[in-house]
Design a protein around this ligand. Structure first.
Ligand code: FES
Length: 163
């Protein structure tokens, strides 16, 4: 049985991470794919994982941290069951994406980048999703919602609660 270590993260997950690090070690451009895989394994990228990646790839921790904070895809906090991504690309922004973000923050009681206390929803912003004709757009997991107005938000959220 895998023993728990490092803030409850299992050894097994770290073993998987080490295997991936070894695959990319010494290869240029390995950091992003390693972080991508690490996020799939752990669900997010806590400090311990960032340190392991930096040491494993033999690169400065500041570089790892820099990449994680630059790409909104990477998360340093555990994500909720559903990740809501609001597009803040130009077309969506022009059509009122900021008001959609506000409505979500108000409804969920959290800010962008946070997760609700019950662990149900995380709120993120994204770049253009390639669905500009439907602007403003948001995604919940694989589902896409377009032509949004703030008053549609409560109904959309409700559909995911207690699923
Ligand atoms: S700008 Fe939002 S989908 Fe393109």
């Amino acid at each position: 049985m895998a023993e728990a270590c490092c803030h409850g993260i299992s050894d097994e997950k770290y073993q998987k991470l080490d295997e991936i690090i070894n695959q990319y070690k010494g290869k240029p451009g390995g950091l992003i794919p390693v972080l991508h895989q690490a996020q799939l394994i752990f669900g997010y990228l806590p400090k311990e994982v960032q340190i392991r990646v930096a040491e494993g790839l033999d690169i400065p921790l500041s570089e790892v941290y820099g990449v994680i904070t630059f790409y909104s895809f990477f998360s340093q906090k555990p994500r909720g069951k559903y990740t809501i991504g609001v597009c803040l690309g130009t077309a969506c922004y022009v059509k009122g994406a900021a008001e959609i973000v506000e409505a979500l923050e108000e409804n969920l009681g959290i800010k962008v980048g946070d997760t609700t206390e019950n662990g149900e929803f995380s709120l993120m912003v994204t770049r253009c999703l390639g669905a500009c004709g439907l602007a403003p757009v948001l995604t919940i997991g694989e589902d896409v919602y377009g032509r949004l107005t703030p008053d549609k938000i409560p109904e959309i959220i409700k559909a995911y609660e207690n699923r």
